[in-house]
Design a protein around this ligand. Structure first.
Ligand code: CA
Ligand code: CA
Ligand code: CA
Ligand code: CA
Length: 342
């Protein structure tokens, strides 16, 4: 048996029970060539800085010379929450791994085809102080394991979130967007949460020493359902930003006066309202045309009925409510090691 298969088997054995997520196929919008390198065997980086960026990437292919509508909410969100990930990163609660696979050696700053993979990671030694640099008096750092939720399939395991990309003059650019999931460290419940981004793209500067990745942007669309699946971080206590317990990030975003800006299903922009004003979304309006589908407190077009009559917010789970919010994260990263066994 090749050594890496044995190591993968060990990894699986060590990470305990698998989750239902793993059986799902990967979300890619274009066919990719067969994967030759198992997860973690390319050049791996760990994000050591993540911000909410004011810059945007072209997520819907509708940029013109006048600019993009994408990331319309970026400046607003960045001003309020731009540095919200600093402490989770420092405390080791947000470990995002990027892998540049299929990179031809020697790397001199260009490669027509690479594959960029995104993983949630675990710190192997639970010591955040050595996650991004070598502490004084020590000689290693930056060692992680890939979370089971980010890989799938039988051995050899495959990456769930991967995008074809190219590198030109040390600038890596994704060629076709794909869905990714990144760890979301602002949960108030104890289970770890992830943020799913549709149509994600990445751009980053990749120096030839492959020790860092710089000036990175990771952009994508957080659909209504994806934001509704993560906690409103203000809900540790009841407050003006959390008027009702168990509200979600989507409820917070709606409370801030934002609505979806990316039409993912091509029928016009959907919108969501809190019709009874209790802080929880309860009215879903399907897209109608170029304008907002919401009137003051009613839908202009089709009202999407709740899937569960007892729970008005379950209208968010109807597939017609497909649209979402553009989000762009700025990042930098340092080279990391993926360990397959403890
Ligand atoms: Ca560590
Ligand atoms: Ca739509
Ligand atoms: Ca409500
Ligand atoms: Ca729709």
């Amino acid at each position: 048996m090749p050594r890496w298969i044995a190591l993968l088997a060990l990894l699986v054995a060590c990470e305990g029970p698998t989750t239902a997520l793993e059986a799902e196929p990967p979300d890619t919008t274009t066919p990719l060539p067969p994967v030759e390198e198992p997860p973690g065997t390319g050049r791996v980086f760990v994000l050591d800085d993540v911000t909410i960026s004011e810059d945007g990437l072209d997520l819907d292919g509708r940029c013109t010379e006048q600019g993009c509508i994408d990331n319309r909410t970026g400046p607003f969100v960045a001003r309020r929450f731009g540095d919200v990930f600093a402490r989770p990163l420092e405390e080791g609660r947000m470990i995002v791994l990027l892998e540049v696979a299929q990179l031809d050696a020697p790397y001199e700053g260009s490669d027509e085809h690479v594959e960029l993979r995104v993983y949630r990671g675990y710190d192997v030694d639970a010591r955040p102080e050595n996650n991004f640099s070598v502490p004084a008096g020590e000689d290693t750092c930056c060692t992680f394991r890939i979370a089971n939720a980010s890989i799938f399939g039988d051995l050899p395991k495959r990456a769930r979130f991967r995008m074809p990309a190219h590198i030109d003059n040390r600038q890596l650019e994704v060629d076709a967007p794909a869905a990714v999931e990144i760890p979301w460290p602002l949960a108030i419940r104890t289970l770890p949460q992830t943020l799913r981004l549709e149509r994600a793209r990445v751009r980053m500067h990749l120096p030839t020493d492959l020790e860092t990745a710089e000036d990175g942007l990771l952009g994508g669309v957080a659909a209504f359902g994806a934001l509704d699946a993560i906690d409103n971080p203000y809900c540790r206590t009841i407050s003006p930003r959390c008027p009702t317990p168990h509200t979600s990030m989507l409820d917070l975003v709606l409370q801030l006066g934002l609505q979806a800006d990316i039409d993912l299903d091509g029928d016009g922009l959907e919108c969501v309202l809190d019709g009874d004003g209790d802080g929880r979304a309860d009215l879903c309006c399907d897209g109608v045309d170029e304008a907002s589908a919401c009137g003051a407190l009613a839908c202009r077009g089709a009202t999407v009925a709740p899937l569960d009559a007892e729970d008005p917010s379950s209208c968010l789970q109807d597939p017609r409510m497909a649209d979402g919010f553009s989000m762009t994260f700025g990042f930098s990263a340092v080279a990391a090691t993926v360990q397959w066994y403890p």
